[in-house]
Design a protein around this ligand. Sequence first.
Ligand SMILES: [Ca+2]
Ligand SMILES: [Ca+2]
Ligand SMILES: [Ca+2]
Length: 142
Amino acid sequence: MRMKKLLTAGAAALLATVGTLVVASPAEAVDCDHVWYTDESDSIGSVDQGGRLCFAEHGDYVFLADYDADGYSVVLAAFMDGTGQLLYTLKASGAGDVQTANAGDGIAYHNLPEVNIRFRMYLTKSGSGQVGDVTHVVNNDS
Ligand SMILES: [Ca+2]
Ligand SMILES: [Ca+2]
Ligand SMILES: [Ca+2]
């Protein structure tokens, strides 16, 4: 009985370590000016905030991460806040997946204008509507 209890504690410690490794993704090589999470107050999956967005204004660095193996992908849409023009989208699918964009990667509109940018992030999976929706506007002035 005692042995079984010890093994269970060991397994929990191992899981905690794996979780930490996923969060500390090496892909995120900048300091985030802004960090946002999807809104999962309705308890989708096993992690309350399975979608995470990091934005660094200087260089327009974006890191979009999916932290929950819940069947949902995390989608980001970046808009001009003034005109509503869609600039680009990113989609992270599967726990630990991180999708990135920055001003120097050569992809259209990843070099964001230095004006108010609206970031919309939500969760989606096939056969389901969009959930966990959050929107934030940033004055991208650096
Ligand atoms: Ca910028
Ligand atoms: Ca997910
Ligand atoms: Ca820019």
